[in-house]
Design a binder for this molecule. Structure first.
Ligand code: PBG
Length: 330
């Protein structure tokens, strides 16, 4: 009977040495971007309830956190601001204040750690009293596309002026990558990269993030600009547009429920692909692990390698620090 078994895949799984030799995909701290939340004040480190182990940091402690991350081999952070309610308006003008919390934080990270890559977020929701990524027409409730673009471009430019390395438009307005590219180029920032949130879905997995920033939409939802979770051909269309508009990276968000989209984009486009392992994905693992229902460390590693297997080059993940700590120990 065994004579007929020409192929025995188990032969190559017999020992740890064989398995590690033949492991097809690897995650390293080099692949990871750590999202961080910044708040106003001093000596503030406020835990986000729905994201155990994640904090809103005041600028001084944000720098400490960045130093720790850098020494662990995490050389890239994506910054998100938790803006006080008094600065939120329908025009979201705090977004383009060169002296605002966000721009100051970018500057201070680059001053203390010039080699740390700083990625930004371009969308109005942290600054908009309506909680939407674009300007809202006060009569119709419509999210205005072209009127928003002008503001997004100014946002990208003030972020670049503050020292940002990678601009991250997460707003899903049509034409924003091209408009931002033009503005950056004409302001002397031809070398500042754009990581477009290319296929960003209207997802319930963003819940804990919106808690962290207190940025949930006041009315309606984001379905007129973020994508329908049922769609993949539309992701291809968005990727084609971003490529033609000058994006440097294409991102898929969320990651875990959209591995097929990551795989599709990586097979069909030659730009680097990023996966955003979002807040709800992090919260699910943490909640189950806290109950003793899963091994959190192992599940984290399995999830991260699944992004690489699907074709992601870069992973934005709240697990970055924890992963890097375990990576050094191994
Ligand atoms: C906002 C933005 C969101 C996230 C990143 N940028 C939330 C949203 O679109 O409502 C979500 C990140 C996460 O859930 O981890 N433009």
């Amino acid at each position: 009977m065994s004579d007929f078994l020409l192929e025995r895949p188990r032969r190559l799984r017999r020992s740890a040495a064989l398995r590690s030799m033949l492991s097809e995909n690897h995650v390293s701290p080099n692949d990871l971007i750590a999202p961080l939340f910044v708040i106003d004040g001093k000596q503030q480190k406020v835990e986000i309830k729905s994201m155990p182990g994640q904090f809103r940091f005041s600028q001084d402690l944000l720098i400490e956190e960045c130093k720790q991350l850098f020494s662990l081999g995490i050389k890239s952070v994506a910054l998100f601001p938790a803006i006080e309610a008094k600065f939120k308006t329908p025009q979201a003008l705090e977004a383009i204040n060169p002296e605002g919390l966000y721009q100051q934080s970018i500057r201070s990270i680059k001053e203390s750690l010039p080699d740390m890559l700083v990625m930004t977020d371009v969308a109005l929701d942290p600054y908009n009293s309506d909680g939407h990524d674009g300007l809202v027409d006060s009569n119709t409730g419509e999210i205005l596309n072209d009127e928003t673009l002008e503001l997004l471009c100014q946002m990208a430019v003030v972020q670049a002026q503050a020292g940002a390395d990678i601009i991250g438009p997460s707003d899903m307005m049509d034409g924003r990558v091209g408009a931002i590219r033009d503005s950056l180029d004409s302001e002397g920032f031809a070398n500042t990269a754009i990581m477009s949130y290319t296929a960003k879905y209207a997802s319930a997995f963003y819940g804990p993030f919106r808690d962290a920033l207190d940025s949930a939409p006041k009315a309606g939802d984001k379905k007129t600009y973020q994508m329908d979770p049922a769609n993949i051909r539309e992701a291809h269309r968005e990727a084609r547009l971003d490529l033609s508009e000058g994006a440097d990276f294409l991102m898929v968000k969320p990651g875990l429920a959209y591995l097929d989209v990551i795989s599709h984009l990586s097979q069909n486009f030659d730009l680097p692909i990023a996966a955003y392992n979002v807040s709800g994905e992090y919260a699910m693992v943490k909640a189950a692990a806290a109950n003793g229902w899963i091994d959190g460390q192992k599940v984290m590693e399995e999830i991260l390698v699944s992004f690489k297997r699907a074709g992601a080059d870069v992973i934005l993940t709240y697990f970055a620090k924890e992963f890097a700590q375990g990576y050094i120990k191994r």
